[in-house]
Design a protein around this ligand. Sequence first.
Ligand SMILES: Cc1cc2nc3c(=O)[nH]c(=O)nc-3n(C[C@H](O)[C@H](O)[C@H](O)COP(=O)(O)OP(=O)(O)OC[C@H]3O[C@@H](n4cnc5c(N)ncnc54)[C@H](O)[C@@H]3O)c2cc1C
Length: 340
Amino acid sequence: MANLTRDFFIALSNNQFLNNNAKRWGLRLGAEKFVAGTDLPRAAERVKELNERGISVALDNLGEFVSDRSEAEAAKNQILQVVEYIHEKKLDGHITVKLTQIGLDIDQDFCMDNMREILVKANEYNIFVNVDMEKYIHYQPTLNIVTALHKEYENIGTVLQTYLYRTLDDLKDLENVRLRIVKGAYKESGDVAYQSKEEIDANFMETVKERLQGEAFTSIATHDHHLINQVKKYVEAHQIDKRKFEFQMLYGFRVEMQYALAEEGYHFCTYIPFGDDWYGYFMRRLAERPQNINLVLKDTLYTENNRLKTGAVMAGAAGVAALAFFVGRRSRKNKKLKQL
Ligand SMILES: Cc1cc2nc3c(=O)[nH]c(=O)nc-3n(C[C@H](O)[C@H](O)[C@H](O)COP(=O)(O)OP(=O)(O)OC[C@H]3O[C@@H](n4cnc5c(N)ncnc54)[C@H](O)[C@@H]3O)c2cc1C
């Protein structure tokens, strides 16, 4: 069932129709738990609160399904505004960008030019720019662009996903590039990616240990306290300088643990997504952890006085019907495959 639920929410995250419509809804369905607002000033209020606690941030101006040049240029201009804003308001933070947002699916040279423009502006203000890692189809193009631009600008970094078999090989090629290490959020096939939690976790730890031997800065991005505790022990046992790495978590997740790690003296950075294109990001978070669904259901179904919201019940019923349809369709498809 856990895999079915995951596949269901990943399928919803890939639905362009729902993504486009959600832009008109404002933050709904409990998304405000995980998305810091639909505009920059609202997100900045959260940033200031975190900065006051000694926590830095990675600002992600959300954007999905960019399919023409004007949309990609609009996204680039918005990101440039975020860079200006961080500088102007003296926020402690960097930006994090998805290359598909600025034209990777349209033309790789065009995307690289957009990224270069962002880097030039960010470099002027000494602001770091991280490139999120997306689906495997975008993996090599992303690495190509990041490594090419890193020759010109040092303020660019990217992400390695430890569900991929190739992570440890890529780690060697990226030894001078600032990296965020994550498990990986998309659905990838057994041809390229580990499928079991045990293997992904083991590769996560191996990647982090290997990386901490080198000099470049590393962001260790997970909400998994088992892995965080293993990292802490490893760092202590090998006397690794705390300035060489930080822990990262997503906005709204394990908030108390985020504060505790910062108070323990670890560098900590919260990834803050904001903007009206919140739907795909939110669905991927629901896919990762069924408990997140309970959390948002509670907020979505009940008013502050614990009264049931009628509209929400209708939406919930529609969701259950959609899940039943999805499960039914999948089992019919599986049956068909078995017959072939
Ligand atoms: C800052 C950041 C940036 C990211 N960037 C990318 C990216 O660029 N590309 C990409 O593909 N993916 C990215 N991800 C997502 C990542 O790949 C994983 O999908 C996501 O982090 C879930 O894995 P996990 O390690 O956090 O824990 P999981 O594997 O989801 O959970 C493992 C265990 O940790 C505990 N746990 C986890 N969450 C909670 C919680 N909320 N409350 C209580 N216990 C909990 C539970 O015991 C759980 O069984 C990013 C994640 C973070 C945190």
